[in-house]
Write a protein that binds this ligand. Structure first.
Ligand code: DC
Length: 674
């Protein structure tokens, strides 16, 4: 997860490879609720792990459900349709998860009315702006006592005991604001269907939007043993005596809405090879799978099976289209981003529900696409998008994401602008919001896209031994969300591998062969050489000393050159060493040269060693550092010296944070956005 304040996505030119999607949010939260209400245990496979499902799981725990499991399997032991064992008052905090708030409000309102209790439901500020009045009205009409704690029509809510359930008459609910109100009633009413001895009927007022979500609800109810009859999705009948039966095992499909970003990426940028998406396929029960048809209408070539899709670019530029998006409001946002690459004006209609989602998505999309240079017309329940008029009309824009995961994911697609002739990076503010449904979205995207090396920004940090460049580079990389190359590790690994193979320091050919064949793997802070964790071994003084010797050999340096260049990957690289700015990345956008005094560096190294319980003499350490400096500075190839365009940073009296602030400040000055 990119836990940073802003993420700059460099100009992207290609997409190819395979992505595996996280589980569907809509299925995950419905299955969790049903499993939580049912009697017995449900084993859920491939449940989505994200903000919205965490909120639901926490609520279920508070309701007394048993939750256990690991990465792939979650086991829920349900409360058997009764609140009696739960002590109230209970206060549930549901973040910004509509898929938790609406069905829990309905289910708990019914249970509190029947069994007694007192439950408060709240969320984050935006949740308190998302309407729930139509659902509350329907629940009040059947006898639930519900108070609005802030504003009428919006959470937070208090559900009180004392009402009398009246479910004999058909229950009416509006269907034209959010289909989640109807879904909530459908999920909850079976709880009380065994009392009256007669079926429960629900009737929808107004035209039902987002119908596929209701079909999804019905399909999942069926998996839990509840057969709802309906008549064209207008009138629903829950048979008397319905009971949730835990299916012993249920599998969550990959998220079809999340698939839309990769379908779009494939349609835009999978030219030579397809982009394959695993986890969801053409038989999906999720309505957003129909995004495939819309993408095809705009030119995508999509093939697929039961649980996979393969996408390639078909028409280019994409074909502008007029599309009715009522049945797939979430995935439809992705079409607005695809419209940036179309041959004219794309019109998305019947998307009024965008206005009551995580943010007012019509307004937000219009503002941000305009910043990129597009012409946008935002209507009450439609949006029209025309791409930037020419390559030069694309702007380097800093885009807001409105704490809305889909805004962030859609807007990332603007980074393919080189395919429309432009070449601008895209800055996404607060990219963390993707955690709502797809915490690893950017990692997944960056795993399948390609950019020209020249477009991938590099910051170099060179300096003498023990100057703190590795620590500084790591801090800068973390704050930018970039990769880091500690090039010293490559020389140390060469030295270590050579020492283990008993290769002498003057056997140039053998040393170069070792360097060229290094089987190194990086995993976070860990370094693996030939399948063995060598993090600690690489830091030994003897290895450092031998590294200093082998790094003076031009053959070794040449052998490591391509490996170093291969670290330049999207979204960016911070590289530290001796010759990063002078030799390896001469075109780096920012070059920093660290200059702490030898006395200061010796003191730091001394402290480090003492902390590890290794005794050392300060004067010996200093002498050793100076000898190493001399060797690094006076060697014939790639001597340690500042690049001509490097900025000097004396960090003798700066903390790591202060040094990182300085570097990021310089980077910010050179890397401005509109
Ligand atoms: O930064 P370090 O102490 O981990 O580096 C180990 C050795 O590798 C050091 O003696 C210098 C050499 N080195 C180099 O020559 N060029 C680099 N880019 C990085 C390190």
């Amino acid at each position: 997860m990119y836990d940073i304040a802003q993420l700059d996505v460099p100009p992207l030119r290609r997409a190819a490879g395979t992505v595996r999607l996280p589980g569907s949010k809509s299925i995950s939260n419905r299955v969790l609720l049903l499993a939580g209400l049912a009697e017995g245990r449900t084993e859920i496979h491939d449940l989505l792990d994200s903000d919205d499902t965490r909120v639901m799981l926490q609520a279920l725990r508070q309701l007394g459900c048993g939750i256990a499991g690991d990465d792939r399997v979650t086991t829920v032991t349900g409360i058997g349709g009764s609140l009696r064992q739960v002590r109230t008052p209970l206060s549930l905090s549901l973040g910004n998860a509509g898929t938790a708030m609406r069905p829990l409000a309905a289910a708990l309102a019914l249970l509190v009315t029947r069994d007694g209790g007192d439950v408060e439901l709240s969320g984050v500020a935006r949740m308190h702006e998302r309407p729930i009045g139509d659902l509350v009205d329907a629940l009040r009409r059947i006898g639930a006592l519900i108070d609005y704690l802030h504003h009428d029509g919006y959470p937070p809510l208090r559900l009180r005991a004392g009402g009398t359930l009246n479910i004999e008459r058909p229950i009416r609910v509006r269907g034209d604001v959010s289909s989640q109100f109807l879904s909530a009633l459908l999920l909850a009413l079976p709880l009380v269907s065994d009392g009256g001895g007669q079926p429960i009927t629900i009737e929808v007022d107004g035209e039902l939007i987002s119908k596929p979500y209701v079909e999804l609800t019905l399909a999942l109810l069926q998996r839990f043993g509840i057969e709802v009859q309906h008549d064209g999705l207008q009138r629903f009948v829950i048979p008397a005596g319905s009971r949730y039966r835990a299916p012993s095992r249920i599998h969550v499909e990959g998220d079809a809405s999340s698939a839309s970003y990769f379908i779009a990426a494939g349609a835009i940028a999978a030219v030579e090879a397809p982009l394959r998406i695993e986890g969801v396929g053409l038989d999906s029960i999720q309505g957003d799978i129909r995004f495939v048809d819309a993408a095809r209408a705009m030119g995508a070539q999509v093939a697929g099976g039961a649980s996979w899709l393969e996408v390639r670019r078909g028409a280019w530029p994409l074909k502008a289209a007029t599309l009715d998006c009522n049945h797939m409001p979430d995935a439809a946002m992705t079409l607005a981003a695809m419209a940036l690459y179309a041959d004219g004006r794309t019109r998305l209609t019947r998307i009024g529900s965008w206005r009551v989602k995580e943010t007012d998505r019509i307004a937000a999309m219009a503002v941000e696409l305009r910043k990129l240079g597009a012409t946008v017309l935002d209507g009450a329940d439609s949006i029209e998008v025309e791409p930037p008029a020419s390559p030069a009309a694309w702007r380097r824009a800093a885009l807001h994401t409105y704490d809305d995961h889909r805004m962030a994911m859609c807007l990332s697609l603007a980074a393919f602008n080189p395919l429309a002739g432009a070449r601008v990076p895209v800055r996404l503010l607060d990219p963390r919001c993707v955690g709502k449904t797809f915490p690893e979205y950017f990692e997944t995207l960056f795993g399948v896209v390609g950019a020209d090396a020249a477009d991938i920004p590099v910051i170099t940090v060179d300096g003498p031994t023990a100057s703190g460049k590795g620590t500084l580079a790591a801090a800068v990389a973390a704050r930018l969300g970039w990769r880091q190359l500690d090039s010293g590790v490559l020389y140390r690994a060469t030295a270590l591998a050579a020492m283990r193979a008993n290769i002498a320091g003057d056997d140039t050919e053998a040393l170069a062969r070792v360097a060229a064949a290094l089987a190194l793997r990086f995993d976070g802070d860990q370094v693996w050489l030939d399948g063995v964790d060598v993090g600690a071994a690489l830091r030994h003084e003897a290895v450092g000393a031998f590294a200093s010797q082998v790094s003076a050999l031009p053959e070794v340096r040449r052998a490591l050159h391509a490996l170093q260049l291969s670290f330049r990957r999207v979204p960016g690289l911070v590289a530290d060493g001796r010759d990063m700015g002078t030799v390896v990345f001469p075109d780096a956008a920012l070059k920093v040269f660290l200059t702490a005094s030898a006395a200061m560096r010796a003191e730091r190294r001394h402290k480090q060693l003492m902390a590890k319980g290794i005794s050392a003499r300060l004067d010996a350490l200093r002498a050793d550092l100076e000898a190493r400096d001399a060797r690094d500075m006076h060697r014939a190839v790639s001597p340690l010296k500042p690049a001509r365009d490097a900025l000097l940073l004396d960090n003798s009296s700066l903390t790591i944070e202060q040094s990182a602030d300085r570097v990021l400040g310089w980077w910010g000055e050179r890397n401005t956005f509109d």
